[in-house]
Design a binder for this molecule. Structure first.
Ligand SMILES: O=c1ccn([C@@H]2O[C@H](COP(=O)(O)O)[C@@H](O)[C@H]2O)c(=O)[nH]1
Length: 236
C-alpha cells in the first residue's frame, strides 16, 4: 500500500462523487470542473454504467480515483476481487467493516499501492436505523468498535461521519485516513444523509478528506460550488 501523505493541499482534500447515470454525464461534469477538482469517487451507479474503464481514463489523465465498491462477501471472493481492483491504479477502495471482509481485502491488495477504507456506519443511518436492523448498540459505539477492528485488520482508513472524527482520531491514531461523506455547505439540503457537517467544520474536527456528491454535481455552477468548498477547506 502507499503511505498516508504527510500533508494535503486543500484541493486534494475534496473528493467529488460522480453519482451520475452515464459515462458521458461524468465526462461532462469532469470537463466543467477542470483543475478545480483533483480527486473523484466512482461508485455503484457509474460503475454499472461502464464506469471502470472511465476510472482508468481519469487516472491516466492525472486524477486520483476512489472506487466506492463497498465489498462485502465471503473472504475468498473479497480477496480475489480486491486483487483485480489493485491493478487499476485507484487510490482508495471501500469494503464493509466486517473483520473477515477487511482481512480478506488486506490480503488481496498486498504489494499494491491501493489504500483500503472500511465503511463503519453509513452516514444515512442514525441510532433508530441501527435498532431497526437489529443492532444492540448505537452509531457512536458501533463506529468505535468497527474502527478498532479495521485498524487491527490492516485497513488504511475509515469512512465515517464527521460527527465521529474527533473521537476516532483519538482512538485509532494519526496513521489512518479519515474520510467523511455527509458533507453539506451551510444551509444545504441533507436529503437522505442523517449525520452531516459543513466542509469547514469537518476539516476543523480532523477529517483528512471530504466526499461531496450532490452539492457539486447538482449545483447550477458545479465549478463554483467545488471552488467554494475548497476555499472553506483552506479557511479551516
Ligand atoms: O457512509 C457513507 C458511505 C458512502 N457514501 C457515499 O458518499 C457520497 C455522498 O453523496 P452526497 O450526494 O454528497 O450525499 C455518495 O456517493 C454515497 O454513496 C455516503 O454518503 N455515506
Amino acid at each position: 500500500m502507499s503511505a498516508k501523505p504527510a500533508s494535503l493541499a486543500p484541493r486534494d482534500r475534496l473528493i467529488v462523487a460522480l453519482d451520475l447515470p452515464s459515462v458521458s454525464a461524468a465526462e461532462s461534469l469532469v470537463a466543467k470542473l477542470g483543475d478545480s477538482v483533483s480527486f473523484y469517487k466512482v461508485g455503484l451507479e457509474l460503475v454499472y454504467a461502464g464506469g471502470l474503464p472511465f476510472a482508468r481514463d481519469l487516472i491516466a489523465a492525472g486524477k486520483q480515483v476512489f472506487l466506492d465498491l463497498k465489498f462485502h462477501d465471503i473472504p475468498n471472493t473479497v480477496q480475489r476481487a480486491t486483487e483485480q481492483v489493485a491493478d487499476l491504479g485507484a487510490t482508495y477502495l471501500t469494503v464493509h467493516a466486517f473483520p473477515q471482509t477487511m482481512r480478506a481485502a488486506a490480503q488481496g491488495r498486498a504489494g499494491s499501492g491501493l489504500r483500503l477504507l472500511a465503511v463503519t456506519v453509513m452516514t444515512s443511518y442514525d441510532d433508530a436505523d441501527l435498532a431497526a436492523a437489529g443492532y444492540a448498540m448505537g452509531v457512536k459505539e458501533l463506529v468505535r468498535r468497527r474502527s478498532l477492528q479495521a485498524r487491527e485488520a490492516g485497513i488504511d482508513g475509515l469512512i465515517l461521519s464527521a460527527e465521529e472524527v474527533a473521537a476516532m482520531r483519538e482512538a485509532v491514531g494519526p496513521g489512518m485516513d479519515l474520510v467523511t461523506p455527509g458533507i453539506r455547505p451551510a444551509g444545504g439540503e441533507a436529503g437522505d444523509q442523517k449525520r452531516v457537517m459543513t466542509p469547514a467544520r469537518a476539516i476543523a474536527v480532523g477529517a483528512d478528506r471530504l466526499v461531496v456528491g450532490r452539492p457539486v454535481s447538482q449545483a447550477a455552477d458545479p465549478r463554483a460550488a467545488a471552488e467554494a468548498i475548497v476555499v472553506e477547506i483552506a479557511s479551516a
